[in-house]
Design a protein around this ligand. Structure first.
Ligand SMILES: Nc1ncnc2c1ncn2[C@@H]1O[C@H](COP(=O)(O)OP(=O)(O)OP(=O)(O)O)[C@@H](O)[C@H]1O
Ligand SMILES: [Mg+2]
Length: 228
């Protein structure tokens, strides 16, 4: 079963939508659209009456709502609707909430317990940088974290910053799907693009498509390929 991403044009690249209950990694440089994509993904879920969760360490709920206020996809309305839970895991209230779940002190168990007990259908984790605060040995523990998330009944978008765009990280191999956002220099200035790197169970072409930020948020121009 496929679920709509909520991003105009994106689903045309992936046979109509994302396979449900799978783990997707979204990567790209600063300002390339990772958080906007994720906000549109959550908004669509809430509009479909799904239970949604947005986990971050980057901003407060108010800041995120402000950042998305220039678009009319309705992020403010769904955040006020009760269908979306927002947790900033670096704040006291976010920490208090997550500590109520799970039987031991690990983030992985607590998050999985949260997703199960709250029947979360869609979740965003913004971003892997967050995990550094919870794991002593990130490269060892991230494998268990990702494997546990893959087994939940939740469709998950995990944002992963890329420190080195030429080398892949563990999460890119472990995820069911990987999407890259690009911000690159052309003769006419900076151009934005999106590229589906992999999508298990789905025929994709890996080509880069143009991306525009419009009133509707981030939009993928599925028929506008970018020549590398
Ligand atoms: N109408 C708009 N409203 C808000 N931001 C816009 C708009 N149009 C373009 N942008 C740009 O979109 C970018 C925001 O992208 P987003 O926050 O999704 O990126 P990101 O990949 O999550 O970045 P980071 O790694 O810094 O978190 C900003 O740089 C912003 O300038
Ligand atoms: Mg971001």
């Amino acid at each position: 079963m496929r679920v709509p991403s909520g991003v105009p044009g994106f689903d045309e690249l992936v046979e109509g939508g994302l396979l449900k209950d799978r783990l997707y990694v979204v990567s790209g440089p600063p300002g390339s659209g990772k958080t906007t994509f994720s906000s549109q993904f959550i908004t669509r879920g809430a509009k479909e009456e799904e239970n949604c969760l947005y986990i971050t360490m980057h901003e407060t709920e108010e800041e995120l709502v402000q950042d998305m206020a220039g678009y009319d996809f309705g992020f403010d309305r769904v955040m006020a609707s009760g269908k979306v839970q927002f947790l900033n895991l670096l704040t006291d209230s976010g920490k208090r909430t997550i500590t109520q779940f799970g039987t031991d002190s690990g983030l992985t168990n607590r998050l999985v317990a949260f997703l199960e007990q709250q029947n979360i259908d869609r979740a965003v984790v913004d971003s892997t940088m967050l995990l550094q605060h919870f794991f002593d040995n990130l490269s060892e523990e991230i494998t268990g974290f990702l494997s546990a998330l893959k087994q939940t009944d939740t469709t998950i978008v995990l944002i992963s910053e890329m420190t080195d765009p030429s080398s892949y990280a563990d999460e890119h191999y472990l995820a069911h799907g990987v999407v890259f956002f690009h911000n690159y220099l052309e003769s006419g200035g900076m151009t934005r693009g999106v590229q589906v790197i992999k999508m298990r169970g789905t025929a994709i072409d890996c080509d880069i498509r143009e991306v525009e930020f419009s009133d509707r948020g981030l939009c993928v121009m599925a028929d506008r390929k970018v020549e590398a």
